[in-house]
Design a protein around this ligand. Structure first.
Ligand SMILES: [Zn+2]
Length: 203
């Protein structure tokens, strides 16, 4: 049942492309009905809205640029970031959560080309242990970390790469990052690893 819960959760997840709106929700519901018999097959593949599945060691980055605004979303199993997914109880666990959240809120985890002149305007990093657990993941004990970054880039055409070295270094449990990007003139997907941490974002 845990796998089905996972898929249901991702269906409710916020799409970075809000414009999809109700149509995509209806499409997802339709797909869910059609795909119910094969849910286990989906569990370790991409979810229906393109979000990464909850696979420990794997994180998802999504980049979208509009005019000079670059939005970057990071979605990861909490285990990759904190080393556990249960609510922190021991002082050491609470300190580890505070420290990791602080790292995630600092600029520099994802390096963009300096000549693009991108400044981090906002870092929204949700504490996965505060409030109610992520819907659909509570039953099987898994939690996700969601972070959303807004940059202003003075020269958006120069956003030709993203270097995730610092992210891999800060969170060594992350072994693989699936990266999707939609920039003017360049769209694509790539997979980053600690040995190949730089994504080329040019066509
Ligand atoms: Zn998990």
């Amino acid at each position: 049942m845990g796998r089905a819960c996972f898929v249901l959760r991702t269906l409710k997840g916020n799409s970075p492309y809000a414009a999809h709106g109700d149509f995509m929700i209806r499409l997802h519901h339709l797909l869910l009905v059609l795909l119910l018999p094969s849910l286990p097959l989906l569990a370790h593949a991409e979810s229906l809205d393109g979000h990464a599945s909850h696979e420990h060691g794997v994180a998802q980055l999504t980049l979208a640029m509009e005019l000079t605004t670059l939005e970057i979303s990071l979605e990861s199993p909490a285990d990759n970031i904190f080393g556990f997914e249960h609510a922190p109880r021991k002082p050491g666990e609470k300190a580890a959560v505070a420290s990791a959240l602080a790292s995630l809120r600092r600029p520099g985890l994802m390096k963009l080309p300096t000549d693009a002149a991108c400044n981090l305007l906002k870092a929204d990093v949700a504490n996965p242990f505060s409030g109610t657990p992520n819907s659909g993941t509570a039953n099987d004990g898994h939690r996700n970390l969601d972070a959303h970054y807004t940059f202003n880039c003075r020269l958006p055409g120069k956003v030709s790469s993203l270097d995730a070295s610092a992210l891999f270094k800060a969170f060594p449990r992350v072994q693989r990052i699936k990266l999707d990007h939609a920039l003017p003139g360049s769209q694509g997907s790539t997979t980053l690893t600690p040995k190949t941490p730089i994504a080329r974002l040019t066509p």
